[in-house]
Design a protein around this ligand. Structure first.
Ligand code: HEC
Ligand code: HEC
Length: 336
């Protein structure tokens, strides 16, 4: 009898462990339905950070990646390595997973695509200048010195990304998710209702977001107000923001292959978030001329002069189709 005790205990423990495993995997199944990991044949852009080399270059790559993930901690208003960004947002709040996530303003190919002619500035920009645009606009900061450790590290990270990603013509997620334009204008009032339903629980009723307990950065970043991205950021354009929203928000309910918001809802929400009459947003430093050539203006950019007969309001909120059709009839390429 005594000899059998250990076997009984082992048997009981095994049953208990197996039962628990069954519970865990059934939870995981539910979870998998919402957080579908990309199947290999999805052809999504992927990256393996374990392959970052262990040498001097790898060190820079790692710091560059850390800067994108914890921007405020390193170079925010109270940054430990310098004070460059003016708010406490991190690059990864928009370029999600440090720029590697599909359809989240992916940066995997950026290193190869610069220097590039930029319509907003009307001139050719280097990648470093483009990075500083984001340091200054969405992050309300002052430019990183071009030869400083921070800029060189971010550039190294972006180079490593572009060298190590296997990208071909069929790779998905490098460009933004397309949204189809409804016949009506995007409605800020509609967006306000959707916001209360789907977004306030994280971003707050006044769009101020929520800080992490240590006050270094946000658990949920701000969408408007003095600490959010400033006017003149690409995010401030309704179509651009909607393209990002359909693939990325609400945070816990969406994947790129299982959108939560319809295209029209994403446009309404973007209209509400970017409605400067309803709520303030930093505007300091936006006096510079953007899109100096009217023929190159993004159609959802709302400051004239325009090369078409449509109003500022229609440029901002749509309907966009008539604008796009007009441009095409003039043999111009509408961008947004
Ligand atoms: C509030 C959102 C937001 C934040 C924060 C932000 N960016 Fe951006 N960034 C954008 C948007 C929008 C674009 C334009 C994307 C597009 O046109 O599809 C962009 C473009 C870029 C590009 C050019 C990509 C290309 O291939 O053309 C780089 C590089 C970049 N950002 C780097 C950064 C870095 C580094 C930080 C942090 C210091 C940062 N961004 C913070 C929104 C943001
Ligand atoms: C469960 C919490 C949660 C919900 C709900 C949620 N968000 Fe977010 N949101 C986040 C987090 C977290 C981030 C930062 C993402 C990251 O760092 O990867 C974010 C980032 C953003 C950003 C880009 C960064 C910025 O501050 O400009 C926008 C825009 C945004 N959310 C809009 C929305 C909208 C619109 C909704 C409702 C449809 C929504 N979110 C619902 C958690 C949430």
């Amino acid at each position: 009898m005594n000899k059998r005790y250990p076997y009984l205990i082992i048997w009981l423990v095994t049953v208990f462990v197996l039962w628990n495993l069954a519970q865990v995997s059934s939870c995981n199944e539910d979870h998998a339905a919402t957080l579908k990991s990309p199947a290999a044949n999805d052809n999504l852009v992927t990256i393996d950070t374990l392959k970052i080399p262990h040498d001097k270059f790898g060190e820079a790559v790692r710091y560059g990646r850390a800067l994108m993930l914890r921007t405020a901690y390193y170079i925010g208003p109270d940054g430990v390595n310098g004070h460059y960004t003016g708010n406490k947002m991190n690059c990864t709040n928009c370029h999600r997973d440090a720029g590697t996530r599909p359809y989240a303003f992916n940066l995997v190919n950026s290193f190869k695509e610069y220097p590039q002619y930029r319509a907003r500035e009307g001139r050719i920009l280097s990648l470093a200048e483009r990075i500083n645009n984001c340091v200054m606009r969405p992050n309300l900061g002052r430019p990183l010195p071009l030869d400083g450790r921070e800029m060189i590290s971010i550039m190294s990270y972006l180079k490593w990304l572009s060298d190590s990603a296997s990208v071909n013509n069929h790779t998905k997620g490098l460009k933004n998710m397309e949204v189809s334009f409804p016949d009506r204008a995007a409605s800020s009032d509609q967006g306000e209702k959707l916001y209360a339903q789907h977004c306030t629980r994280c971003h707050g009723t006044t769009g101020e977001g929520q800080m992490q307990f240590d006050q270094v950065t946000y658990a949920y970043p701000p969408l408007w107000g003095a600490k959010a991205y400033r006017q003149g950021s690409s995010m401030h354009r309704v179509v651009k923001l909607a393209q990002w929203l359909v693939a990325n928000m609400p945070f816990d309910k969406v994947t790129h292959n299982k959108p939560f918001l319809t295209d029209a809802e994403a446009l309404d929400l973007a209209a509400f978030i970017n409605d400067d009459e309803k709520h303030p947003r930093p505007s300091k430093g936006v006096t510079e001329v953007q899109y100096p050539h009217a023929d190159e203006k993004a159609i959802d950019y709302d400051k004239g002069p325009f090369n078409d007969p449509f109003s500022e309001t229609q440029h901002k909120y749509g309907p966009y189709k008539p604008i796009a059709d007009y441009w095409k009839s003039k043999r111009l390429k509408p961008t947004y």
